[in-house]
Design a protein around this ligand. Structure first.
Ligand code: TAP
Length: 487
């Protein structure tokens, strides 16, 4: 019987990105058919056109992938020295850099984010993560766990759709540097760059089974994190699913890191340089269409300068271009899926119903096809409003005001989340004062949404636990006790 999945590499001469008509699962170094033959389509959210057909992994495929990862962990991979492992990571980093243009276009097509973000931010950061963790592979005795630190085993990793390739890098680079093997499930709506990454693993001659990619839906993720053959769960996604995963693995020996939702406060004090602060507000919430867990989705602005900041913000937003993600002048791309657009619309409507004032740039026209939402600012928001409490995960800013610094910190911390915050002020002492009081995993000062592989990232409270990035990002993939052997 002919396979519905095409495995032959496509000719070099085709366009910048060569997305095949269909993809199998990547298990044990090969693209293979799923056991039950199921598949699903992934679409370009800017046009609603089908990009490719992707295999749907079921429970038996999860078994196969975990078994392949276990064989690789106990076989060739575990016998390599740290410096040899590091060479594979350096090789992957170099191939990512060489294929950067193609990966950026594929990410924009599958996710809807503007090409200037995938080209200048996502893909360079992916390469930087692999370069950074490649350097750690032969220095793990300095990771903070002493000379006895050893890999955990097989990691089951589940990632969301907002930074598909970057979240993959956050998960795979430290896991491999520490000597683990992985089974990763990308989000259902953004599998393409993970599949291109599987090709990169082949290109880098990574030993079979070290990286396995299972495309599928939430059920595939559920089967993966619940599988008895994995030793560690790394999850990035919603707080709701994170809580379900914590319940699933409770009472097992599995280690876990959970990177969950957020409702970040971007605090502008009356001594802040207004023009810079406005740029930071725009980056804070409109970068990546607001599909950012650490977005500055609540603007807390000091009452005495609120009108000045809002006037300037409205003028700046009127210059943003919304449209074709592949146009390098585009600032705001498409919303990733119809389901996400529905959620954003529902929460924005709740803002209207609860009495907040909605504003979008008057000239902003939405394309007829695809999933789009205009940059939107709500004023007159109170802490009781849903748009001040719930994560919207879209290009919607809720503006609240404060009179005193104490009130600003109190309002910023008044959320079940604790992932990010920003502070805009000319006073260094005020930055330190606020950073010590804000319950947020990252506090940016006079900037926002800046990422670097050397910096640890993670949350407090319902934003999850564990840290990714930097030296701290190694600890979840290392243990000092004998790892459990499960087959
Ligand atoms: P989720 O619905 O939680 O999905 C995340 C991933 O988990 C997807 O791959 C999803 O598969 C899978 N999944 C769904 N149900 C599952 C289950 N029961 N067991 C195991 N896996 C399951 O989140 P999302 O909508 O993709 O992403 C948005 C959320 O992620 C936001 O709340 C955002 O704040 C958070 N986020 C957090 C961070 C950090 S670093 N804290 C970074 C990015 C995003 P399907 O895609 O097939 O449903």
């Amino acid at each position: 019987m002919t396979s519905v999945f095409e495995y032959a590499p496509a000719p070099e001469s085709m366009a910048v990105v060569d997305i095949r008509p269909s993809y199998g699962l990547f298990i044990d170094g090969q693209f293979v058919d799923p056991v039950d033959g199921g598949s699903f389509a992934t679409v370009n959210p800017a046009t609603e056109e089908v990009l490719t057909e992707v295999a749907l992994a079921g429970a038996q495929d999860v078994d196969r992938a975990v078994a392949a990862a276990r064989r690789a962990y106990e076989g060739a991979w575990s016998r390599l020295s740290g410096s040899e492992r590091g060479k594979y990571l350096f090789r992957i980093a170099r191939i990512v850099a060489e294929r950067a243009r193609e990966l950026a276009v594929a990410e924009s097509l599958d996710n809807g984010k503007p090409i200037k973000e995938t080209r200048d931010i996502d893909v360079p950061l992916v390469a930087a993560h692999f370069f950074y963790y490649a350097g750690w592979a032969d220095k793990l005795e300095h990771a903070g766990l002493g000379p006895d630190a050893r890999p955990v085993g097989v990691a089951g990793q589940v990632i969301p759709w907002n930074f598909p390739l970057l979240m993959l890098a956050w998960k795979i680079a430290p896991a491999l540097a520490c000597g683990n093997t992985v089974v990763l499930k990308p989000a259902e709506t953004t599998p393409v760059t993970a599949l291109l990454f599987a090709e990169i693993c082949q290109q880098a001659d990574l030993p079979p089974g070290v990286v396995n990619i299972l495309t599928g839906a939430g059920e595939t993720g559920q089967a993966l994190v619940g599988h008895p053959g994995i030793d560690k769960v790394a999850f990035t996604g919603s707080t709701e699913v994170g809580k379900a995963i914590a319940r699933t693995i409770a009472g097992t020996a599995k280690k876990a890191t959970l990177e969950l939702g957020g409702k970040g406060a971007n605090i502008v004090f009356d001594d802040a340089p207004v023009d810079q602060a406005v740029e930071g507000i725009v980056t804070g919430i409109f970068f990546n269409q607001g599909h950012v867990c650490c977005a500055g989705s609540r603007l807390l602005v000091q009452e005495s300068i609120a009108e000045e900041v809002l006037d300037s913000l409205r003028r700046r937003l009127s210059t943003l271009r919304l449209g074709d993600p592949l146009d390098k002048n585009t600032d705001i791309g498409a919303i990733n899926s119809a389901a996400q657009l529905e959620r954003i619309t529902e929460l924005a409507d709740a803002g209207d119903a609860e009495g907040a004032g909605r504003w979008s740039p008057p000239g902003c026209r939405l394309p007829e096809r695809g999933f789009w939402f205009p940059p939107t600012v709500f004023t007159g928001v109170t802490q009781a409003h849903r748009i001040a409490r719930e994560e919207i995960f879209g290009p919607v800013l809720s503006v609240l005001t404060f009179r005193t610094p104490d009130e600003a910190v109190e309002k910023a911390n008044n959320t079940p989340y604790g992932l990010s915050a920003g502070v805009w002020t000319e006073k260094g002492s005020r930055i330190l004062w606020a950073a010590n009081r804000l319950r947020a995993g990252v506090v940016w000062a006079n900037t926002f949404n800046r990422f670097d592989p050397t910096s640890p990232f993670g949350g407090y409270k319902e934003s999850g636990y564990g840290r990714e990035g930097g030296r701290h990002g190694l600890a979840p993939y290392l243990t000092t006790s004998e790892p459990a052997r499960r087959l």
